[in-house]
Design a protein. Structure first.
Lengths: 195, 600
C-alpha cells in the first residue's frame, strides 16, 4: 500500500442519505484494510440545509478534512450541491452527480435562479470524468425514492474494481435494518449498471 | 476488535469501558450523541438533565459515593454549569468524575464561539484534548484514572471536527470498579465549602496542580516526534491532524493534555528544534502560556487565525509562502445558499406568522424557532442564551413602561423553558413585569435531534415518566393569565397574543397541537393530506411565499387569472413535501389554495 490518501467529498441536502452513503464507504474501506477518517457537520443540517461529508482513506490518514482543491472524487446527491464544491476538486477528479434538483429557499421565493446546466459546467472542466446518475428515477422504479443514495453508491463502486461486490453488500447488510436489505441490494446493483 | 466510531460514540465507549455507572447531560451540538450512545449500554444509568448545571450536580453526587460518573455538554453548557464546576475543583471527588465539553469553532450551530481550554486554567483542573475517535476513547479512560489519582474533576475537550468525525477504534472490555460505594459523614470538611474549609482546600488545589504538572511530563498522550529539527510545532487535537497532514516532515510536540502543561517536555522540545511554531484553534492559549515560561515562539497567532476553525489549507497558507489557492471555476458567492429552514408544516412557522402580523418585537431563544429570524419570516429579534428571552422581555418592559405594552413578547421552546425559563417567569410575576412568554411546546428537544426531557413524559431510555404540566407550573409561580393557543388557527392565535401583550400583567401562552414534524411518537396528522394551488385564481401576490415554507415555490410565468386579472407568475406547492397544515390557505386572500384529495 502506498502513502497516498484518497479524498472523497459527499455533498447533498439534509435528509438525502449522504451520511448513510459515507458510512457504507467507511465500512468497505476499513474491510479492505485502509485507515479511514470522515467528518460531517450535524445539528442544523437536519432542517433542509446543505450537508457535506469529507471521507478519506489511505495507509494512514491524519486530517478528517480534505484540503481545499484536493478532492479526488465528488459524489453529489443534488445538482446545486455538486456545483457548490466544483472548486474543491482536483483537475483529475471524477464527478458523480445525482440528477436531482432540490430548490433552495431563495429560488422558491423567486429571488434567485437555480443555476443552468450543471453537468455541462462540470464537463467544461472535467471532460469525460463527469457522470450523471438518475438516482431518483432508478430508486423509484424499485419502489422507494429513499434508496437513491444507495443507487449512487452502486454507481460510485465502479471506480474501485479491487473491491468486490460482496463487500459492498455486506456493508449494506450491517448498516441497514433487515427489511431494507433486499431493496438496497437491488438499488446498489442497478446503480452499478447505471454508470 | 476494530470498529469505525464517531468521536462521540468513542467517548461513550471509553466511559463504558472505564466502568462509568452514572452519566447525565443536556443535549447540545456537537455533544448530543455521547449520552444517546451511552444509554445503549445497560450497565450505565444515563439521564437527560433539565440543564447542564443539574447534569454536573447529578454526576458529581454520584462521584461523591465513589462511583465513576460523567456529565456531557456543549461549550456554552459549561457556562451554565460553571457554578458547581468551579467549586467541585475544591471539593475534589471520590469516584472518577469527567466533564465532557464540546467546542464549536466556526459556530456551526451555537450562539458564540468560545475556547473551553480557558475553563481548565480558570478552575485549576486538568483538561485532555483528543484529536480523533481512537484518542477520544483512550483519553476518556485515562481521564477517569487521572480524576481518581489526583482527586479532581477532569475536563475532556471535544470539538466539532473531533466529536463529529469518525475513525478506527480498537474496542476493549469493560472494567467494573472494585471498591465499595458509600458516603462517609467524616468527609464533610472536604465537601462543605464554607470559608474555613475552602481555605484549606485552596492549598490542596495548588499542590494538586504541581503534581499534575509533573504527571503531564509523563502522560503518554503528550507525544514528541522529532523529524526535521529546523521546525517544531507545538499543537493539540484537530489542529495537529491538519498540520501533520500538510507538513508531515516537521517535528511535533502533540499535547494530549492541554492543561496543565508539561514543562520539562516543552523545555526538551525547545532544545531539540530550532524554531517553534504553535498551531492551535481559537485563543492563543498554549502560546500565551509557553511565552510566559520565557520561550521565544517563531510563529503563533501572528499568522494562525484566532477565530473560526482551522483546516489543512488554512494552516498551510499561514505557514508556507509557497501555498497557492486553486483557481476558481465558479464564483461560490453566485450560487444560491441553502440555509436550514423550519420543516414544512412546522407549528413554529404558524406561530411566527402571527407574531409578524402583529408587528411584535420578539425576544427569542435557542432552538429550531431561532430560524424564524431568517428571511422571509424575520419574526424573531434576539437570541442570546438558553431561557434568556423571558428575562429580557421583562427587563425591556420595565425600561419602556406603558410604551412597551402590546409590543413585546418572549418566545422559547418547551425544553428551553425547562432549562432556563422558569426562574425568569417567576421573576416577572414577583417584580410586577408584564412580559408575555410564549412556550412553543413541540413535545421534544427539536434542534439537537429529538431528545426527551421532563416535559415529554419519557426518559432517555424510553421509559414512561412524570410529565411536567406547564400550565400548573406557571400558575404555581404566580402567573394568573395562562392561555393556550393552537398555532395553526392563525386568527384565534393572533387575538390571544394581542390581548396578552396589551395586558399590564405577566402572562404565559402555551401552544398546543404543535408536536415537532419529525416527532416519532406523537405523529402529526392534519385534516387534509396536502394543499394545492388553483392556478386559475392565484394572482401571484406572494403572501404565501412570505411564510418561507420549503414546499411552496414561485413560478415566474406571466398570465391572467380566470377573472381577468393580470399577474407576473403563480406559486406551486410540492405535493410530496406538503403535509397539509393549511397555513398558506389561511393567509391566501384570493382563496386560491385549496385542500388536496387523498390519492389524487
Amino acid at each position: 500500500m502506498d502513502d497516498k490518501v484518497t479524498n472523497i467529498l459527499l455533498s447533498g441536502v439534509g435528509g438525502q442519505g449522504a451520511i448513510l452513503a459515507s458510512n457504507i464507504l467507511a465500512h468497505v474501506f476499513v474491510e479492505a484494510g485502509y485507515d479511514v477518517k470522515k467528518s460531517e457537520v450535524h445539528g442544523m443540517a437536519q432542517r433542509g440545509g446543505d450537508v457535506t461529508t469529507h471521507f478519506r482513506y489511505g495507509k494512514k490518514v491524519y486530517s478528517p478534512l480534505i484540503k481545499y482543491g484536493e478532492v479526488d472524487f465528488l459524489l453529489a446527491f443534488e445538482l446545486l450541491e455538486a456545483l457548490r464544491y466544483i472548486n474543491h476538486c482536483k483537475t483529475s477528479a471524477r464527478i458523480v452527480i445525482n440528477d436531482q434538483k432540490i430548490l433552495p429557499p431563495a429560488v422558491n421565493l423567486g429571488q434567485a435562479t437555480y443555476p443552468g446546466d450543471i453537468p455541462e459546467t462540470f464537463r467544461k472542466f472535467f471532460k469525460e470524468n463527469v457522470y450523471v446518475v438518475k438516482g431518483q428515477e432508478i430508486a423509484l422504479s424499485l419502489g422507494n425514492a429513499q434508496a437513491a443514495n444507495v443507487v449512487l453508491v452502486g454507481a460510485f463502486s465502479n471506480f474501485f474494481p479491487e473491491i468486490k461486490d460482496a463487500m459492498w453488500v455486506s456493508a449494506l447488510k450491517d448498516l441497514l435494518p433487515k427489511k431494507l436489505h433486499e431493496l438496497n441490494i437491488k438499488a446498489f446493483g442497478e446503480g452499478k449498471k447505471g454508470l | 476488535m476494530k470498529k469505525v466510531l464517531q468521536g462521540n460514540e468513542a467517548i461513550a465507549r471509553g466511559a463504558w469501558e472505564a466502568g462509568v455507572t452514572v452519566a447525565a447531560a443536556y443535549p447540545g451540538t456537537p455533544s448530543s450523541e455521547i449520552l444517546q450512545e451511552l444509554s445503549k449500554y445497560k450497565e450505565v444509568i444515563t439521564q437527560w438533565a433539565p440543564n447542564e448545571k443539574v447534569a454536573v450536580e447529578v454526576a458529581s453526587g454520584a462521584a461523591f459515593t465513589g462511583a465513576r460518573a460523567m456529565a456531557c455538554m456543549k461549550h456554552v453548557g459549561l457556562n451554565v454549569a460553571s457554578d458547581p464546576f468551579m467549586t467541585l475543583a475544591y471539593t475534589g471527588i471520590k469516584g472518577g468524575f469527567v466533564i465532557v465539553v464540546a467546542d464549536d469553532p466556526n459556530v456551526h450551530s451555537s450562539q458564540n464561539e468560545q475556547d473551553s481550554r480557558n475553563w481548565a486554567r480558570f478552575a485549576k483542573v486538568p483538561m485532555l484534548e483528543p484529536g480523533d475517535a481512537a484518542e477520544c476513547k483512550e483519553f476518556t479512560k485515562v481521564a477517569f484514572d487521572i480524576s481518581e489519582q489526583f482527586d479532581t474533576p477532569v475536563l475532556l475537550k471535544g470539538e466539532t471536527r473531533v466529536s463529529h468525525s469518525d475513525s478506527i477504534v480498537e474496542l476493549e472490555e469493560r472494567k467494573e470498579l472494585k471498591g465499595p460505594l458509600g458516603l462517609d459523614r467524616k468527609d464533610a470538611p472536604k465537601y462543605v465549602m464554607v470559608p474555613g474549609n475552602v481555605r484549606v482546600r485552596r492549598k490542596v488545589i495548588e499542590e494538586r496542580m504541581r503534581n499534575l504538572e509533573a504527571y503531564a511530563d509523563t502522560f503518554s498522550g503528550n507525544v514528541m516526534e522529532i523529524n526535521d529539527p529546523d521546525v517544531g510545532v507545538i499543537t493539540a487535537g484537530a489542529a495537529y491532524m491538519y498540520t501533520k497532514d500538510v507538513f508531515p516532515n516537521y517535528s511535533y510536540l502533540k499535547l494530549g493534555m492541554v492543561w496543565p502543561l508539561p514543562k520539562t517536555l516543552i523545555a526538551d522540545f525547545f532544545k531539540k528544534v530550532k524554531k517553534v511554531i504553535v498551531v492551535e484553534e481559537l485563543d492563543p492559549f498554549l502560546e500565551t502560556e509557553i511565552r510566559a515560561l520565557g520561550y521565544k515562539i517563531f510563529h503563533g497567532k501572528d499568522v494562525i487565525p484566532n477565530m473560526y476553525e482551522l483546516s489543512p489549507e488554512i494552516v498551510e497558507k499561514a505557514l508556507s509562502k509557497k501555498y497557492r489557492a486553486p483557481a476558481l471555476r465558479v464564483a461560490p458567492e453566485d450560487l444560491p445558499k441553502r440555509p436550514p429552514n423550519m420543516c414544512p408544516g412546522c407549528s413554529h412557522r404558524a406561530l411566527f406568522h402571527s407574531l409578524k402580523s402583529l408587528g411584535a418585537f420578539v425576544f427569542g431563544d435557542i432552538g429550531c424557532y431561532t430560524l424564524a429570524a431568517a428571511p422571509p419570516l424575520q419574526a424573531l429579534h434576539t437570541c442570546v442564551c438558553m431561557g434568556g428571552s423571558v428575562g429580557q422581555a421583562y427587563g425591556a418592559g420595565k425600561a419602556l413602561g406603558k410604551e412597551g405594552l402590546g409590543k413585546i413578547c418572549a418566545v422559547l421552546g418547551d425544553s428551553t423553558f425547562l432549562h432556563g425559563g422558569i426562574a425568569p417567569v417567576m421573576d416577572t410575576v414577583y417584580n410586577k413585569g408584564y412580559a408575555t412568554s410564549i412556550i412553543l411546546d413541540n413535545r421534544t428537544t427539536g434542534m439537537t435531534g429529538l431528545q426527551e426531557h421532563a416535559g415529554t413524559g419519557y426518559t432517555l431510555g424510553g421509559e414512561p415518566a412524570n410529565m411536567v404540566d406547564y400550565e400548573k407550573l406557571v400558575k404555581a409561580l404566580g402567573v394568573k393569565r395562562v392561555r393556550k393557543v393552537d398555532p395553526y388557527n392563525v386568527k384565534a392565535t393572533m387575538e390571544t397574543i394581542k390581548e396578552e401583550m396589551e395586558t399590564d400583567e405577566a402572562s404565559v401562552i402555551i401552544t398546543k397541537n404543535g408536536p415537532c414534524m419529525l416527532h416519532r411518537r406523537e405523529k402529526r396528522k392534519f385534516r387534509y393530506p396536502y394543499y394545492t394551488i388553483d392556478t386559475e385564481a392565484c394572482r401571484g401576490c406572494k403572501v404565501c411565499l412570505d411564510l418561507g415554507c420549503p414546499a411552496i415555490s414561485w413560478v415566474g410565468l406571466s398570465g391572467t387569472t380566470k377573472d381577468g386579472k393580470k399577474r407576473k407568475g403563480t406559486v406551486s406547492i410540492n405535493k410530496t413535501q406538503c403535509p397539509g397544515c393549511g397555513l398558506c390557505a389561511q393567509v391566501c386572500k384570493f382563496t386560491s389554495i385549496l385542500p388536496g384529495k387523498a390519492g389524487a
